[in-house]
Design a protein around this ligand. Structure first.
Ligand code: 5AD
Ligand code: SF4
Length: 452
C-alpha cells in the first residue's frame, strides 16, 4: 500500500516513526510524502496531555469526512493514545482500521496483512488491534537516517518504572527495558558513517539505563561508549533527578563530545506537591544536583519541565516553585498547566483546580522564566559558540541551528554556504535565542546546499 505516517509528540515518537517506516518499506509498502496520496495513513500519537489528544481527534475527524465522501483509505492509530481505553473509544468513534500500541510497533506488518486479508475476503470491516509490549522491540535495529541528516536519535531504553501520579506514560509505554549496548552502538556507528554530527540518546529516564539488566552497562558508561564512536556531539534526554548520579556528571565533564547540556525536569518547587506527584526526590536533593552540576560543569545549560496547578497546589506551594526558579535560574523551561489524564492516579484521587487558577499561575511563571532565560542567554554575548546550522529560518533571512548547549542560534543566511558545524560569535541574546555571525567554518562539515 502507499503509506504515510503523521507523528505527534516527543522525540521518542519521532524515532518510533523511523522504525514504523522501515517496517513498512521492508514489508513492500511505499512511503508517500503527502497524506492525500496515501492508501494507508498511520497516526503516531501522544497522550501525555489533553491538547495533543485533541489534535489527533481533529485529524481523525477530517479523515472520517474523506472516507464518508468515498475515499478508499485505511487509518491506523499508533503511539501512546492507541494503548489507552480513551484511544480505543476514539478509534471506535472515528472508524479506525488498525490500533497498534507503542510496544507493538513491530507488529505493524502482520496487522496490515490481517486487515488486507479481511478486506479482500469481503468481510465487514472490523478493527485489527495489536497492543502487546513486545520484548523483541529493544533489539530491533532502526536503519540510519538519510545521508546529510545532521542530528540522529537513538532510543536507549523504552518504558518507565516511575509512577508519577499525573503521568500516563507508564501505562502507554510499559515497564523500563534497556536496549542492548551492541544494538545502540550499531545504530550509532551507522549514523556516524552517514555523516550525522550530533547523536541524541533518548529514553523516558535515560539515567535508569541498565538498571533492569545486569548485562548492560550503566548510563555513565554508555555515554562514554557512544562518545567513543566519534561524534562531535552527544546529547541525551530525559533525565530524572531520582537517579541522576555523580558518575553521570563525571562522564559529562570528562568526555569531550558529551555536551554541557542537561534537561532535568523538576515538576514543582514544593515538597508537598512533589510528594503528591509521587516524585521520588525532594527540593533539597534537586538543588544538590544543580550545585554539583555547576561545580563540575561551570558552563552547563540547565533546562527543566514544570507542571503548574497540580491538584491541591496552594499559592504557598506555587510561591516555592517561583522561589526555586529564582534560586536555580534555569536557562529554559517547558512549562505546562496540569492536564488531568483519565487512567492516572491523580485523575482518580484528586480534584482539578479551576482552569483560571492554572492559567494565571502559568502566566506568572512564564514571565519569570523569560527574565531568567534572558539573563542566562546574555552571558553568551560576545562569546564564541559552536553551532550545528541545520536549516533556513522561517523569516528567510536567518539560518538556524543549535549550540552545543542547545540554545537556538540564528545567523545571517547569506553567510552560510553549507549546513553543518560552525563557530558563531554571539552578538545579541533574547530570552529564546542567540543571534550572531559566523566566526569560522569547519571545512569538513557535511555538505548540504542551503538552497536545497
Ligand atoms: N499534565 C501536564 N503536564 C504533564 N506532563 C506529563 N504529564 C502531564 C500532565 N498530566 C509533563 C511533565 C513531563 C513532560 C514531558 O510533560 O512535565 O516532564
Ligand atoms: Fe511520566 Fe514520571 Fe515516568 Fe517521566 S518519570 S515518564 S513523568 S511517570
Amino acid at each position: 500500500m502507499r503509506a504515510h505516517v503523521i507523528t505527534f509528540g516527543c522525540q521518542m515518537n519521532e524515532y518510533d516513526t523511523l522504525t514504523i517506516q522501515s517496517e513498512l518499506v521492508a514489508g513492500g509498502h511505499d512511503l508517500v510524502d503527502h497524506p492525500r496520496d496515501a492508501q494507508l495513513i498511520l497516526l503516531n500519537t501522544c497522550a501525555v496531555r489533553g491538547k495533543p489528544v485533541e489534535k489527533v481527534v481533529s485529524v481523525l475527524g477530517d479523515l472520517r469526512k474523506e472516507k464518508a465522501a468515498g475515499r478508499d483509505l485505511a487509518i491506523g492509530l499508533m503511539g501512546c493514545l492507541a494503548q489507552l481505553d480513551e484511544g480505543r473509544e476514539i478509534a471506535r468513534k472515528f472508524g479506525v482500521d488498525l490500533l497498534v500500541g507503542p510496544g507493538a510497533i513491530t507488529d505493524i506488518l502482520p496487522a496490515i496483512e490481517a486487515f488486507e486479508a479481511a478486506r479482500d475476503a469481503g468481510a465487514a470491516r472490523s478493527r485489527i488491534d495489536r497492543l502487546d509490549f513486545r520484548t523483541d522491540l529493544v533489539g530491533h535495529l532502526t536503519p540510519p537516517p538519510a545521508f546529510g541528516t545532521l542530528t540522529g536519535f537513538v532510543t536507549i531504553m523504552r518504558g518507565c518504572d516511575h509512577h508519577c501520579t499525573y503521568c500516563i506514560v507508564p501505562q502507554t509505554r510499559g515497564p523500563e527495558v534497556s536496549r542492548p549496548l551492541a544494538a545502540i552502538l550499531h545504530e550509532a556507528r551507522a549514523m556516524r558513517d552517514q555523516g550525522v554530527e550530533e547523536v541524541v540518546l533518548l529514553g523516558q529516564n535515560v539515567n535508569s539505563y541498565g538498571r533492569d539488566d545486569p548485562a548492560v552497562p550503566s548510563f555513565a558508561e554508555l555515554l562514554r561508549a557512544v562518545a567513543d564512536v566519534g561524534f562531535p556531539r552527544v546529547k541525551f534526554t530525559t533525565s530524572h533527578p531520582m537517579n541522576f548520579t555523580s558518575d553521570v556528571i563525571d562522564a559529562i565533564a570528562e568526555t569531550p563530545g558529551v555536551c554541557d547540556y542537561v534537561h532535568l525536569p523538576v515538576q514543582s518547587g514544593s515538597d508537598r506537591v512533589l510528594r503528591r506527584m509521587a516524585r521520588e526526590y525532594r527540593r533539597e536533593r534537586y538543588l544538590e544536583i544543580v550545585a554539583e552540576l555547576r561545580a563540575k560543569l561551570p558552563d552547563v545549560v540547565l533546562t527543566t519541565d514544570i507542571i503548574v496547578g497540580f491538584p491541591g497546589e496552594t499559592e504557598e506551594d506555587f510561591a516555592q516553585t517561583l522561589a526555586l526558579y529564582d534560586e536555580v535560574r534555569f536557562d529554559a523551561a517547558y512549562m505546562f498547566a496540569y492536564s488531568a489524564r483519565p487512567g492516572t492516579p491523580a485523575h482518580a484521587r484528586f480534584d482539578d483546580l479551576p482552569r483560571e487558577v492554572k492559567s494565571e499561575r502559568l502566566g506568572r511563571l512564564v514571565e519569570r522564566q523569560k527574565h531568567w532565560s534572558l539573563e542566562a542567554n546574555r552571558r553568551f554575548e560576545g562569546r564564541e559558540v559552536r553551532v550545528l546550522v541545520k536549516e533556513l529560518g522561517r523569516d528567510g533571512v536567518h539560518a538556524v541551528g543549535h549550540s552545543d548547549q542547545h540554545h537556538t542560534v540564528l545567523v545571517p543566511a547569506t553567510q552560510v554556504q553549507r549546513m553543518g558545524l560552525h563557530t558563531v560569535r554571539v552578538e545579541h541574546a533574547t530570552p529564546h535565542a542567540l543571534y550572531g555571525r559566523l566566526a569560522g567554518t569547519r571545512h569538513d562539515a557535511v555538505a548540504l546546499p542551503l538552497a536545497s
